[in-house]
Design a protein around this ligand. Sequence first.
Ligand code: ATP
Length: 451
Amino acid sequence: MASKADVMDRIVALCKRRGFIFQSSEIYGGIGGFWDYGPLGTELKRNVKDAWWNDMVRNPPAGPEGREFQMVGIDCAIIMNPKVWVASGHVGGFNDPMVDCKCCKGRFRADQLNETPCPKKPSKMAGQHSECQLTEPRAFNLMFESHAGAVRDDAAKVYLRPETAQGIFVNFRNVTDSTRVKLPLGICQQGKSFRNEINPRNYTFRSREFEQYEIEFFCHPSEAPMWYEFWRDVRHRWYVGLGLRSEKLRLREHDKEELAHYAASCADVEYDFPFGLSELEGIANRTDFDLKAHMEHSGKDLTWFDDQRKERFVPYVIEPSGGIDRSVLAFITEAYTVDENRASPEYMKFHPRLAPIKAAVFPLVAKDGLPEIAEPIVQALQKHYPCQYDAKQSIGKRYARMDEAGTPFCFTIDGQTKEDGTVTVRNRDDASQIRIDRSRCLEYLRDQLHI
Ligand code: ATP
């Protein structure tokens, strides 16, 4: 049996060979922590993002105890007023030689440890409580810097956002003022984030440029524990529903010592990658920490008045924050299947919703009138699903190529099609074949894919 490191190497090789993922700027030797998606990878990633948008924003699951809630989308600029990052703590937290505490998740100036109380035990200084686990000092900023405008001085300094969340917080008032939404309310965003990671590793898992999908769910403080449990379970189930086996997933609730000082509760959805159990998404009850920080720094009122309760309050926030590239890597890892008895010893068993290509259409040979029958079939299917036509090479090689791409079904047009109008349908997962009437290809796909 291949070792876990071998499995990862094989997945990386398949992703390059079949155009899922390439090293960024590869012809110049690449650049650490940056990746490009090829044609198949782009479709796969788009499907993951669409599934999230559809399942969380447009068609979210029913609320707990029959509770109603609303979900809306937002798409914010990557570069924001630098004061945003002061308020969020990213500027102050990242600018000097810093140490992180793995226990409380606090980040402290290495040269000020003796003057900084430990958030867990304020009677002691950071690093002096028995449970503190300080990292080595890191002397650089995790945020990428640039300059807006012609002058490259400090006044023009801007940052590439290290998370999409802050764009949502600073637009809370805009969204509630410009729409008729009411709390409980989720504002959702997908987009690029950038972190100058000290040690990018594990393929796309820890990158310097990556995409996130984040929900900031605003609710009354008294209901935050209920919504926290709801979103934690919804997000865990979402991954299972798209094909990650539950035995490979772990929902890990943080214990009190591990919680960030502002969080009331937090859980990670972790996936068992070949390099170990690692975080796909964190779900946290962030209390009113973020809105309060922005109220303080901006001077703007970000409170909410609840008509029914006749009460004004700073909403609490439940944040499910996931990494799109990490999810894509988990779906790729899960789909990767080895079966030495097949023409394609390696194939990708993607969930049908995620498969980059849903079906392929092949004339058995590129002559005898078979392409003329096959082409209209693929043209009709392409109006509904991403499908491919291929008339080259032996049929076994064509099936193998589609297996590697993770295409659930192949329709083959052969001599018998001319006699009785039927085509062969081959199923990716068990390589079984049946015949159906050629007029039923679309209906068959719809039934099988459920999409
Ligand atoms: P980690 O502990 O792995 O660095 P984190 O706890 O700092 O992650 P968050 O700040 O909570 O991560 O970000 C939310 C999500 O964004 C993570 O769950 C992860 O999926 C994704 N993410 C964070 N950093 C990266 C990165 N460098 N590359 C890819 N995805 C990332």
